[in-house]
Design a protein around this ligand. Structure first.
Ligand code: SF4
Length: 236
């Protein structure tokens, strides 16, 4: 038997996203995720970089057992993998780890070592963008932890929008939050965070492409520092 969700066409999903983006602009993060859970059921997931588990925590309140998708690029800090394992162990979520088609060793053999230094766009395309596209195939909607205050490229992030690249509804329930809002939620609910956040990192990505931030820099200044690249292609 097909569900209501499975009968939706791409045009209907797109219209749903645009309408919800307007209707939910002033809604709380939890209300946005409750709408997502009711609207998409099992065809909805959360993606997490394991910088913190704030969106996963919020989503588990709206939908216990929700799928939390994590991209294991093979280049993560140990602390990030540890955060993923802790989230899996203690939260009411279903962690799904996606991996690229090639291991780092296989990629090095074909493209040469340290592709991330020579061609980070290609490295991200193979280790992040493609696995996410394959992993999201069975979902109609995905949630992210994007925030408008993180960087100028994220300033217009809608709380619910249409992901044209993947033809899916993209939900950013904490788009309107500030870092203070995140910190307050972490404290209030005892949410797991990546230990690197206590060690000078403001945004945590792959180890070779992430550095600590300096005072006054925006949160994403430590990602691909010294390069014009600011996003990995997941959100552009
Ligand atoms: Fe490769 Fe760096 Fe992109 Fe990670 S962030 S996939 S190491 S280029």
């Amino acid at each position: 038997m097909t569900t209501v969700q499975e009968q939706r066409t791409t045009e209907e999903l797109k219209a749903l996203a645009e309408q919800a983006g307007r209707d939910l602009e002033d809604a709380s993060a939890l209300e946005i995720l409750q709408w997502a859970a009711e609207t998409f059921g099992k065809r909805f997931c959360v993606t997490s970089s394991m910088e913190d588990a704030v969106v996963a925590h919020l989503a588990s309140r709206a939908m216990p057992g929700v799928d939390v998708v994590f991209l294991d690029t093979g280049y993560h800090f140990e602390e990030t993998i540890g955060t993923r394992d802790a989230v899996d162990a203690v939260m009411d979520v279903n962690v799904i780890t996606l991996t690229p088609r090639q291991t780092v060793a296989e990629q090095d053999a074909e493209y040469g070592p340290r592709l991330h230094d020579r061609n980070p766009d290609l490295c991200c395309a193979m280790r992040k963008v493609r696995p996410l596209e394959e992993g999201l195939k069975n979902y109609q909607a995905w949630a992210t932890g994007l925030r408008r205050d993180e960087s100028p490229t994220r300033a217009n992030t809608p709380v619910v929008g249409w992901d044209d690249k993947r033809q899916k509804v993209k939900i950013s329930p904490i788009a309107r939050w500030t870092q203070d809002d995140v910190d307050a939620y972490v404290t209030e609910h005892g949410v797991l965070t990546n230990p690197l956040l206590m060690d000078g990192y403001a945004s945590v990505g792959c180890a070779p492409c992430t550095r600590r931030v300096l005072q006054g820099e925006d949160a994403r200044a430590g990602r691909w520092a010294g390069r014009s690249k600011t996003e990995c292609g997941l959100h552009g």
